[in-house]
Write a protein that binds this ligand. Structure first.
Ligand SMILES: Nc1nc2c(ncn2[C@@H]2O[C@H](COP(=O)(O)OP(=O)(O)OP(=O)(O)O)[C@@H](O)[C@H]2O)c(=O)[nH]1
Ligand SMILES: [Mg+2]
Length: 343
């Protein structure tokens, strides 16, 4: 009867969405672990550049696991995933004693982060199949794990395991046990965790938006300053202001300089030709009828449409190049932003 009641209770439980973070140093075995959880063989692994996202169903849970790259240069993006995580899986290479100090530093930083502290943590002491791998107690000792989780009020379980032993059909038992512990711990405190996740993610989004706005303003300010400087320089040197120049000599910033020079040479040649034809026309007109210069407007027109000097060409090329660099800088920044936000 009791069994029946608990089955009904479980059956009536709503489906819960849970996001988990898989972190740890590079080469610890995170991707191998995730592959096993997915029911795949942990073969042909390559270092994770950025992150990979895995969705799976575990009983009443719809689980999303973010397998984050552990390389030194990638660790900076981890914090972008803290807000939305309900729990953490920290994978440790128990056979690499030389990196346990680094592991400890990284783990300390993660657990004491305000968006992680207080959340449940599963530590997988991986690569137990390797000779010389540290036993569970030694890993706890090396990492001062008890102190660390107590200080940060994280519920914690450690499982000695071997991700490599999962084989498509069967997940390494300790990993399975650990995952079950993590999900049931989250389930017990789901409402509070969920509320915290919603609040933290909203705050993080607002913060990201604010940073984006500030960055856009900084870029705009830089551009305005540059344009102002260019205007002043142009005024001082008595040459036309860049954006008021004839659009014909505006250079396509994606062309090589040789193509730009050739294009401008061609323009100059055509202008010279037009000028010559114009002069001939005037001469012919003169023969027929003398017209006042003002009416012809020839002198004025020629002054305005004189072929650009080499300096002007170089200047316009410089402007175009600066604009291109600025665009590249902006798009670089956007690439960094999207890598940062990771999604
Ligand atoms: N012997 C042994 N090797 C393992 C085990 N788990 C992973 N490996 C190996 O360790 C190497 C790194 O595994 P990954 O899963 O790619 O490591 P990772 O933590 O995802 O590394 P990054 O993506 O660089 O952060 C691979 O060659 C795996 O085959 C294990 O339990 N035992
Ligand atoms: Mg990986």
């Amino acid at each position: 009867m009791a069994n029946c009641c608990s089955w009904v209770k479980r059956w009536r439980e709503p489906v819960r969405k849970v996001t988990l973070l898989m972190v740890g140093l590079d080469n610890a075995g995170k991707t191998a672990t995730v592959r096993g959880i997915q029911g795949e063989s942990p073969e042909d692994l390559a270092p994770t550049v950025g992150f990979s996202k895995v969705d799976l169903k575990q009983g009443k849970f719809e689980v999303t696991i973010f397998d984050l790259g552990g390389g030194k240069r990638i660790r900076g993006i981890w914090k972008n995933y803290f807000a939305e995580s309900y729990g953490v899986i920290f994978v440790v290479d128990s056979s690499d004693v030389g990196r346990l100090e680094e592991t400890k530093e990284v783990m300390t930083e993660v657990l004491r982060h305000p968006r992680i502290a207080g959340k449940p943590v599963l530590v997988l002491a991986n690569k137990q199949d390797r000779e010389g791998a540290l036993a569970e107690v030694d890993v706890i000792d090396y990492l001062s794990l008890e102190k660390l989780v107590n200080e940060n009020k994280c519920l914690c379980q450690i499982e000695p395991c071997s991700a490599i032993l999962s084989n498509g059909k069967k997940l390494d038992k300790p990993i399975k046990k650990g995952l079950n512990w993590l999900l049931s711990t989250i389930a017990k405190d789901y409402d509070a965790l969920n509320e915290r996740v919603q609040k933290d993610t909203t705050e993080q989004k607002a913060q990201e938006e604010q940073e984006k706005r500030e960055r856009a303003e900084r870029v705009k300010k830089l551009r305005d300053e540059r344009e102002q400087k260019e205007r002043e320089e142009a005024e001082r040197e008595g040459r036309p202001i860049a954006d008021e120049e004839e659009p014909g000599i505006m250079v396509n910033p994606f062309q090589p300089i040789t193509a730009v020079i050739a294009e401008n040479d061609e323009k100059q040649r055509k202008q010279k030709e037009r000028k010559k034809q114009g002069e001939q026309a005037v001469e012919n007109d003169d023969k027929v009828q003398m017209k006042p210069v003002k009416q012809l407007g020839l002198t004025e027109t020629h002054t305005n449409h004189q072929p650009p000097s080499e300096g002007e060409i170089l200047n316009s090329y410089k402007t175009a190049l600066t604009q291109q660099l600025e665009q590249e800088e902006e798009s670089d920044q956007q690439t960094i932003d999207s890598a940062d936000s990771g999604k």
